[in-house]
Design a protein around this ligand. Structure first.
Ligand code: ADP
Ligand code: MG
Length: 340
């Protein structure tokens, strides 16, 4: 049975449909991510699950019981917001112990549990500091530790890593994921960062303009996008439709081909029967470290983007320069039809 069941949830602010008829089942123990551009309704859904926002219509059930209009403190969910406030006059250790104290956990026990939670966010050395003696990223990690120490069944996290710099953010992604897995907590995680969502989630819910576009594992939503929006939002995609599809493939369905699935070959290359090969001219070759990105034009004037991983040893590279006439080649199975 789903731990959270959302049915036909809607919320309008003035004339803005922030959340427009969303239904979703969240399974116990899963790491589910609400992913979408800014303003697509992710925070509003999270706030309605937490009880900070009252839906106009629809229902939310937690463990089978309806909680749609219950106040936040009557719901067994905890929330970590991006701007989570710590108690300014309490040390890190005391901030993290606070929730345990209100639950009357004995002193030695709560000190030890807080120590473990602080260690899990890698701030052992800062236990005796006050919040103003910490950086923004450190404060955010303490806010996380303060919630994790309570071992909630469901944890709602709204862009909790947004304030961290890249390296720490990546460390915390791994750390959070392992805390979630070990503790068996259901995480409902909000981010607008595609890579973060792919890296951490069991399933991703893709939001666009207050609606759910697609729900699936990272692999499903990347490999089998069901809408143009999803194909373009996750990674990059060559989306071909209408007249262009007619010219390239002889049909007018919408298809997506990922840049990294296409490779360039000299024009003498003979494609196998399960490959598509199009004569193209190289327009641009951009070296960006791990990859080189080529922009090419087909003879019909259709632009394609191609990403080549730079795995070859220096000096053995088979690269192309603008003006080269070559073949863009990919497996037919990598031409993915997009239903909507
Ligand atoms: P996201 O978290 O995906 O960036 P939000 O859920 O915060 O999106 O916002 C969805 C839409 O609702 C946006 O257009 C936003 O401006 C609007 N919105 C959110 N909260 C309020 C509010 N309290 N008052 C008015 N408009 C709001
Ligand atoms: Mg938001």
């Amino acid at each position: 049975m789903a731990i959270i069941e959302i049915r036909n949830l809607a919320k309008t602010y003035g004339t803005v449909k922030a959340v427009d008829d969303i239904s979703l089942d969240i399974e116990p123990g899963e790491f589910i991510t609400l992913l979408g551009p800014s303003g697509s309704g992710k925070t509003t859904v999270l706030r309605m699950i937490a009880g900070f926002e009252d839906p106009d219509s629809g229902t939310i059930h937690l463990n089978g019981a309806e909680i749609t209009h219950l106040p936040p403190f009557d719901r067994e969910v905890n929330t970590v917001f991006q701007d989570y406030a710590l108690f300014p006059h309490m040390t890190v250790q005391d901030n993290v112990e606070y929730g345990l104290r209100t639950r009357k956990v004995p002193k030695a026990e709560r000190a030890e549990q807080a120590r473990q939670a602080i260690a899990s966010v890698k701030l052992e050395h800062a236990r005796e500091r006050l919040p103003h003696q910490l950086s923004g990223g450190q404060r955010q990690r303490i806010a996380l530790a303060r919630t994790l120490v309570l071992r909630p069944k469901v944890l709602l996290l709204d862009e909790p890593l947004g304030a961290l710099d890249r390296q720490l953010r990546e460390e915390m992604q791994v750390e959070l994921k392992s805390i979630q897995r070990e503790a068996g907590i259901t995480f409902v995680f909000v981010t607008h960062d595609q890579e973060e969502a792919m890296r951490m989630s069991d399933r991703i819910v893709i939001f666009n303009e207050g609606r759910v576009e697609q729900v699936g594992t990272p692999e499903q939503v990347y490999e089998r996008p069901t809408t143009k929006f999803v194909a373009g939002f996750l990674g990059s995609a060559n989306i071909v439709s209408g007249e262009s599809a007619q010219k390239l493939f002889g049909h007018s369905k919408t298809v997506s081909i990922r840049p990294e699935r296409i490779r360039l070959q000299p024009s003498t290359y003979t494609p196998t029967p399960d490959e598509t090969a199009l004569p193209v001219v190289v327009n641009e070759a951009a070296f960006i470290g791990a990859n080189t990105v080529y922009l090419v034009d087909t003879d019909h004037g259709i632009a394609l983007s191609i990403s080549k991983t730079n795995t070859e040893l220096l000096g053995q590279d088979n690269s192309f320069v603008p003006g080269d006439r070559v073949l863009a080649v990919w497996r037919n199975s990598h031409t993915v039809e997009i239903p909507a």
